[in-house]
Design a protein around this ligand. Structure first.
Ligand SMILES: NC(=O)c1ccc[n+]([C@@H]2O[C@H](COP(=O)([O-])OP(=O)(O)OC[C@H]3O[C@@H](n4cnc5c(N)ncnc54)[C@H](O)[C@@H]3O)[C@@H](O)[C@H]2O)c1
Length: 276
Protein backbone atom coordinates (compact mmCIF):
# COMPACT_ATOMS: atom_id res chain seq x y z
CA UNK A 1 0.00 0.00 0.00
CA UNK A 2 1.38 3.47 -0.81
CA UNK A 3 2.34 5.74 2.10
CA UNK A 4 -0.39 8.01 3.40
CA UNK A 5 -0.90 10.97 1.03
CA UNK A 6 1.40 9.48 -1.60
CA UNK A 7 -0.25 8.26 -4.76
CA UNK A 8 0.79 4.97 -6.29
CA UNK A 9 2.39 5.62 -9.69
CA UNK A 10 1.24 3.08 -12.27
CA UNK A 11 2.32 2.22 -15.81
CA UNK A 12 0.60 -0.16 -18.20
CA UNK A 13 2.42 -2.34 -20.74
CA UNK A 14 -0.07 -3.51 -23.38
CA UNK A 15 -2.92 -1.22 -24.43
CA UNK A 16 -5.40 -3.81 -25.73
CA UNK A 17 -8.71 -4.90 -24.19
CA UNK A 18 -7.43 -5.35 -20.61
CA UNK A 19 -4.86 -2.53 -20.58
CA UNK A 20 -7.39 -0.01 -21.95
CA UNK A 21 -10.11 -0.97 -19.46
CA UNK A 22 -7.64 -0.79 -16.57
CA UNK A 23 -6.29 2.57 -17.69
CA UNK A 24 -9.80 4.05 -17.64
CA UNK A 25 -10.43 2.63 -14.20
CA UNK A 26 -7.18 4.01 -12.74
CA UNK A 27 -7.83 7.48 -14.17
CA UNK A 28 -11.52 7.72 -13.28
CA UNK A 29 -12.09 5.40 -10.28
CA UNK A 30 -8.78 5.52 -8.36
CA UNK A 31 -7.74 9.13 -8.91
CA UNK A 32 -7.41 9.76 -5.17
CA UNK A 33 -5.06 6.86 -4.47
CA UNK A 34 -3.21 6.32 -7.73
CA UNK A 35 -2.05 8.01 -10.90
CA UNK A 36 -1.47 6.57 -14.32
CA UNK A 37 1.90 7.86 -15.52
CA UNK A 38 2.74 5.84 -18.61
CA UNK A 39 1.27 3.69 -21.37
CA UNK A 40 3.45 1.48 -23.56
CA UNK A 41 2.56 -0.83 -26.43
CA UNK A 42 4.73 -2.39 -29.15
CA UNK A 43 2.10 -0.97 -31.46
CA UNK A 44 2.83 2.68 -30.61
CA UNK A 45 -0.43 3.81 -32.19
CA UNK A 46 -2.41 1.86 -29.55
CA UNK A 47 -0.68 3.62 -26.66
CA UNK A 48 -1.12 6.94 -28.41
CA UNK A 49 -4.85 6.38 -29.13
CA UNK A 50 -5.55 5.31 -25.55
CA UNK A 51 -3.65 8.29 -24.22
CA UNK A 52 -5.70 10.62 -26.45
CA UNK A 53 -8.93 8.95 -25.38
CA UNK A 54 -8.01 9.60 -21.75
CA UNK A 55 -7.16 13.18 -22.63
CA UNK A 56 -3.63 12.88 -21.23
CA UNK A 57 -0.05 12.65 -22.52
CA UNK A 58 0.87 9.18 -21.31
CA UNK A 59 2.17 7.30 -24.36
CA UNK A 60 5.87 6.49 -24.18
CA UNK A 61 8.16 4.66 -26.57
CA UNK A 62 10.03 2.17 -24.39
CA UNK A 63 9.41 -0.29 -21.62
CA UNK A 64 12.56 0.90 -19.79
CA UNK A 65 11.16 4.43 -19.66
CA UNK A 66 7.86 3.11 -18.28
CA UNK A 67 9.62 1.09 -15.58
CA UNK A 68 11.71 4.12 -14.57
CA UNK A 69 8.63 6.26 -14.02
CA UNK A 70 6.41 4.03 -11.88
CA UNK A 71 5.99 2.04 -8.66
CA UNK A 72 3.71 -0.60 -10.19
CA UNK A 73 3.88 -2.04 -13.71
CA UNK A 74 0.73 -3.70 -15.06
CA UNK A 75 1.55 -6.33 -17.68
CA UNK A 76 -1.33 -6.86 -20.16
CA UNK A 77 0.53 -7.95 -23.30
CA UNK A 78 0.85 -11.60 -24.34
CA UNK A 79 2.24 -14.85 -23.01
CA UNK A 80 5.52 -14.63 -24.97
CA UNK A 81 6.59 -11.32 -23.42
CA UNK A 82 5.16 -11.45 -19.89
CA UNK A 83 8.25 -13.05 -18.31
CA UNK A 84 10.69 -10.49 -19.79
CA UNK A 85 8.51 -7.59 -18.65
CA UNK A 86 8.10 -9.04 -15.14
CA UNK A 87 11.84 -9.77 -14.81
CA UNK A 88 12.77 -6.25 -15.91
CA UNK A 89 10.26 -4.62 -13.55
CA UNK A 90 11.33 -6.74 -10.56
CA UNK A 91 15.05 -6.29 -11.29
CA UNK A 92 14.41 -2.56 -10.89
CA UNK A 93 12.57 -3.14 -7.60
CA UNK A 94 9.19 -2.30 -9.16
CA UNK A 95 6.02 -4.19 -8.26
CA UNK A 96 4.30 -6.03 -11.09
CA UNK A 97 0.76 -7.17 -11.79
CA UNK A 98 0.78 -10.02 -14.30
CA UNK A 99 -2.20 -10.77 -16.57
CA UNK A 100 -0.49 -13.14 -19.06
CA UNK A 101 0.03 -15.70 -16.31
CA UNK A 102 0.46 -18.61 -18.73
CA UNK A 103 3.64 -16.92 -19.96
CA UNK A 104 5.36 -16.91 -16.57
CA UNK A 105 4.30 -20.31 -15.27
CA UNK A 106 7.61 -22.04 -16.05
CA UNK A 107 9.53 -19.15 -14.47
CA UNK A 108 7.29 -18.59 -11.47
CA UNK A 109 9.86 -19.63 -8.85
CA UNK A 110 12.56 -17.50 -10.48
CA UNK A 111 10.30 -14.43 -10.40
CA UNK A 112 9.32 -15.14 -6.80
CA UNK A 113 12.99 -15.31 -5.76
CA UNK A 114 13.80 -12.12 -7.71
CA UNK A 115 10.89 -10.27 -6.07
CA UNK A 116 12.13 -11.43 -2.67
CA UNK A 117 15.68 -10.28 -3.29
CA UNK A 118 14.60 -6.89 -4.69
CA UNK A 119 11.92 -6.16 -2.09
CA UNK A 120 9.24 -6.00 -4.79
CA UNK A 121 5.85 -7.69 -5.07
CA UNK A 122 4.12 -9.78 -7.72
CA UNK A 123 0.33 -9.55 -8.02
CA UNK A 124 -1.57 -12.21 -9.93
CA UNK A 125 -5.32 -11.50 -10.06
CA UNK A 126 -7.72 -14.45 -9.97
CA UNK A 127 -8.61 -13.42 -13.53
CA UNK A 128 -11.49 -15.16 -15.24
CA UNK A 129 -11.92 -17.80 -12.55
CA UNK A 130 -13.68 -18.06 -9.19
CA UNK A 131 -12.66 -20.34 -6.35
CA UNK A 132 -9.00 -19.32 -5.96
CA UNK A 133 -9.79 -18.18 -2.39
CA UNK A 134 -10.92 -21.70 -1.44
CA UNK A 135 -7.96 -23.38 -3.12
CA UNK A 136 -5.51 -21.08 -1.33
CA UNK A 137 -7.12 -21.84 2.01
CA UNK A 138 -7.26 -25.58 1.34
CA UNK A 139 -3.51 -25.82 0.56
CA UNK A 140 -2.45 -23.44 3.34
CA UNK A 141 -1.62 -26.33 5.62
CA UNK A 142 -4.09 -29.04 4.72
CA UNK A 143 -3.84 -31.84 2.18
CA UNK A 144 -5.31 -31.36 -1.28
CA UNK A 145 -5.74 -34.59 -3.24
CA UNK A 146 -6.93 -33.34 -6.58
CA UNK A 147 -7.52 -30.14 -8.55
CA UNK A 148 -9.26 -30.37 -11.93
CA UNK A 149 -10.07 -27.48 -14.26
CA UNK A 150 -12.54 -27.98 -17.10
CA UNK A 151 -12.68 -25.07 -19.53
CA UNK A 152 -15.41 -24.78 -22.17
CA UNK A 153 -15.15 -22.22 -24.94
CA UNK A 154 -16.80 -21.83 -28.35
CA UNK A 155 -14.68 -23.62 -31.02
CA UNK A 156 -13.79 -20.33 -32.73
CA UNK A 157 -12.05 -19.16 -29.54
CA UNK A 158 -9.26 -21.63 -30.42
CA UNK A 159 -8.77 -20.54 -34.01
CA UNK A 160 -5.16 -19.93 -34.99
CA UNK A 161 -3.75 -21.82 -31.99
CA UNK A 162 -0.65 -23.81 -33.04
CA UNK A 163 -1.74 -26.92 -31.07
CA UNK A 164 -5.01 -27.06 -33.05
CA UNK A 165 -3.21 -26.84 -36.38
CA UNK A 166 -0.48 -29.34 -35.40
CA UNK A 167 -3.09 -31.88 -34.27
CA UNK A 168 -5.30 -31.38 -37.36
CA UNK A 169 -8.32 -30.47 -35.22
CA UNK A 170 -11.08 -29.16 -37.50
CA UNK A 171 -12.87 -26.55 -35.38
CA UNK A 172 -15.53 -25.95 -38.05
CA UNK A 173 -16.53 -29.65 -37.94
CA UNK A 174 -17.24 -29.73 -34.19
CA UNK A 175 -20.97 -30.31 -33.60
CA UNK A 176 -21.04 -31.36 -29.94
CA UNK A 177 -18.89 -30.85 -26.83
CA UNK A 178 -15.44 -32.21 -27.74
CA UNK A 179 -12.44 -32.58 -25.44
CA UNK A 180 -9.58 -31.10 -27.48
CA UNK A 181 -6.95 -31.26 -24.72
CA UNK A 182 -6.32 -33.13 -21.50
CA UNK A 183 -3.10 -32.85 -19.52
CA UNK A 184 -1.51 -30.90 -16.69
CA UNK A 185 -1.46 -27.10 -16.30
CA UNK A 186 2.10 -26.76 -17.60
CA UNK A 187 1.26 -28.68 -20.78
CA UNK A 188 -2.01 -26.74 -21.13
CA UNK A 189 -0.34 -23.32 -21.00
CA UNK A 190 2.30 -24.46 -23.52
CA UNK A 191 -0.37 -25.75 -25.92
CA UNK A 192 -2.76 -22.79 -25.44
CA UNK A 193 -0.60 -19.84 -24.30
CA UNK A 194 -3.28 -17.19 -24.91
CA UNK A 195 -6.37 -19.20 -23.90
CA UNK A 196 -5.74 -20.78 -20.54
CA UNK A 197 -4.23 -18.26 -18.13
CA UNK A 198 -6.71 -19.53 -15.54
CA UNK A 199 -4.96 -22.92 -15.50
CA UNK A 200 -1.69 -21.19 -14.63
CA UNK A 201 -3.28 -19.09 -11.87
CA UNK A 202 -5.14 -22.06 -10.41
CA UNK A 203 -2.01 -24.22 -10.37
CA UNK A 204 0.18 -21.56 -8.73
CA UNK A 205 -2.44 -20.96 -6.06
CA UNK A 206 -2.84 -24.67 -5.38
CA UNK A 207 -0.91 -27.89 -5.90
CA UNK A 208 1.39 -26.76 -8.72
CA UNK A 209 1.49 -26.95 -12.53
CA UNK A 210 2.41 -30.66 -12.81
CA UNK A 211 -0.31 -31.88 -10.45
CA UNK A 212 -3.20 -29.68 -11.64
CA UNK A 213 -5.33 -31.46 -14.25
CA UNK A 214 -6.73 -29.44 -17.16
CA UNK A 215 -9.41 -30.45 -19.62
CA UNK A 216 -10.27 -28.12 -22.52
CA UNK A 217 -13.58 -28.57 -24.31
CA UNK A 218 -14.66 -26.95 -27.57
CA UNK A 219 -18.37 -26.38 -27.06
CA UNK A 220 -20.48 -25.22 -30.03
CA UNK A 221 -23.53 -23.14 -29.21
CA UNK A 222 -22.18 -21.43 -26.09
CA UNK A 223 -21.45 -17.74 -26.08
CA UNK A 224 -19.54 -17.67 -22.79
CA UNK A 225 -16.16 -18.96 -21.59
CA UNK A 226 -17.03 -21.43 -18.83
CA UNK A 227 -14.48 -22.55 -16.24
CA UNK A 228 -15.30 -25.26 -13.71
CA UNK A 229 -12.89 -26.16 -10.93
CA UNK A 230 -13.22 -29.26 -8.76
CA UNK A 231 -11.08 -29.63 -5.69
CA UNK A 232 -10.89 -32.65 -3.42
CA UNK A 233 -9.19 -31.78 -0.13
CA UNK A 234 -8.92 -32.57 3.55
CA UNK A 235 -11.05 -29.47 4.15
CA UNK A 236 -13.82 -30.73 1.87
CA UNK A 237 -14.87 -30.59 -1.76
CA UNK A 238 -14.97 -27.36 -3.69
CA UNK A 239 -16.80 -26.90 -6.98
CA UNK A 240 -16.85 -23.49 -8.62
CA UNK A 241 -18.31 -22.67 -12.02
CA UNK A 242 -17.72 -19.32 -13.70
CA UNK A 243 -19.71 -18.47 -16.84
CA UNK A 244 -17.84 -15.54 -18.29
CA UNK A 245 -19.26 -12.81 -20.46
CA UNK A 246 -16.77 -12.18 -23.26
CA UNK A 247 -14.92 -8.84 -23.35
CA UNK A 248 -16.44 -6.63 -26.09
CA UNK A 249 -12.98 -5.72 -27.48
CA UNK A 250 -11.41 -9.20 -27.49
CA UNK A 251 -13.42 -12.44 -27.81
CA UNK A 252 -10.51 -14.40 -26.27
CA UNK A 253 -10.71 -12.39 -23.05
CA UNK A 254 -13.36 -12.64 -20.35
CA UNK A 255 -14.76 -9.42 -18.91
CA UNK A 256 -14.31 -10.77 -15.37
CA UNK A 257 -10.52 -10.87 -15.94
CA UNK A 258 -10.51 -7.07 -16.23
CA UNK A 259 -12.75 -6.64 -13.20
CA UNK A 260 -10.54 -9.00 -11.23
CA UNK A 261 -7.48 -6.86 -12.02
CA UNK A 262 -9.41 -3.77 -10.86
CA UNK A 263 -10.35 -5.59 -7.64
CA UNK A 264 -6.68 -6.53 -7.11
CA UNK A 265 -5.71 -2.90 -7.56
CA UNK A 266 -8.32 -1.99 -4.95
CA UNK A 267 -6.72 -4.48 -2.54
CA UNK A 268 -3.31 -2.86 -3.15
CA UNK A 269 -4.62 0.66 -2.58
CA UNK A 270 -6.96 0.16 0.35
CA UNK A 271 -6.03 -0.60 3.95
CA UNK A 272 -8.58 -3.41 4.33
CA UNK A 273 -8.05 -6.62 2.34
CA UNK A 274 -11.09 -8.83 2.04
CA UNK A 275 -10.89 -12.45 1.02
CA UNK A 276 -8.19 -15.05 1.41
N1 LIG B 1 -5.41 -13.83 -16.11
C1 LIG B 1 -6.52 -14.06 -16.80
O1 LIG B 1 -7.47 -14.68 -16.33
C2 LIG B 1 -6.60 -13.52 -18.20
C3 LIG B 1 -7.85 -13.45 -18.83
C4 LIG B 1 -7.90 -12.92 -20.11
C5 LIG B 1 -6.74 -12.53 -20.76
N2 LIG B 1 -5.54 -12.66 -20.13
C6 LIG B 1 -4.27 -12.29 -20.79
O2 LIG B 1 -4.01 -10.90 -20.64
C7 LIG B 1 -3.23 -10.44 -21.75
C8 LIG B 1 -3.88 -9.19 -22.35
O3 LIG B 1 -5.18 -9.54 -22.81
P1 LIG B 1 -5.99 -8.54 -23.79
O4 LIG B 1 -7.34 -9.12 -23.97
O5 LIG B 1 -5.84 -7.14 -23.34
O6 LIG B 1 -5.15 -8.73 -25.15
P2 LIG B 1 -5.15 -7.76 -26.43
O7 LIG B 1 -4.67 -8.61 -27.56
O8 LIG B 1 -6.45 -7.06 -26.55
O9 LIG B 1 -4.03 -6.67 -26.08
C9 LIG B 1 -2.67 -6.97 -25.92
C10 LIG B 1 -1.87 -5.72 -26.26
O10 LIG B 1 -0.49 -5.94 -25.92
C11 LIG B 1 0.32 -5.39 -26.95
N3 LIG B 1 1.63 -6.05 -26.89
C12 LIG B 1 2.00 -7.25 -27.38
N4 LIG B 1 3.28 -7.49 -27.09
C13 LIG B 1 3.74 -6.42 -26.40
C14 LIG B 1 4.99 -6.08 -25.81
N5 LIG B 1 6.04 -6.90 -25.88
N6 LIG B 1 5.10 -4.90 -25.15
C15 LIG B 1 4.04 -4.05 -25.09
N7 LIG B 1 2.84 -4.32 -25.63
C16 LIG B 1 2.69 -5.49 -26.27
C17 LIG B 1 -0.47 -5.62 -28.24
O11 LIG B 1 -0.04 -4.75 -29.27
C18 LIG B 1 -1.90 -5.34 -27.75
O12 LIG B 1 -2.24 -3.98 -27.89
C19 LIG B 1 -3.15 -11.61 -22.74
O13 LIG B 1 -1.92 -12.28 -22.59
C20 LIG B 1 -4.29 -12.51 -22.30
O14 LIG B 1 -4.05 -13.88 -22.60
C21 LIG B 1 -5.46 -13.11 -18.86
Amino acid sequence: MPEKDKKLNIGIAGCGAIGSSLAGSIVYDFSKEAQLLALYDVDAQKAYSLSTKLNRKLAISSLDELINKVDLVIEATKAGTAFDIARKALSNSRDIMIMSVGGILEHYNELKALAQSKGARVFIPSGAICGIDGVKAAVASGKVNKVILTTRKPPEAFSGVAYILQNNIRLDNIEKDTVIFEGNALQATKAFPQNINVAATLSISGIGPEATIVRIVASPGIDRNIHQIEVDSEAGKITAITENVIHPDNPKTSYLAVLSAIATLKQILEPVKIGT
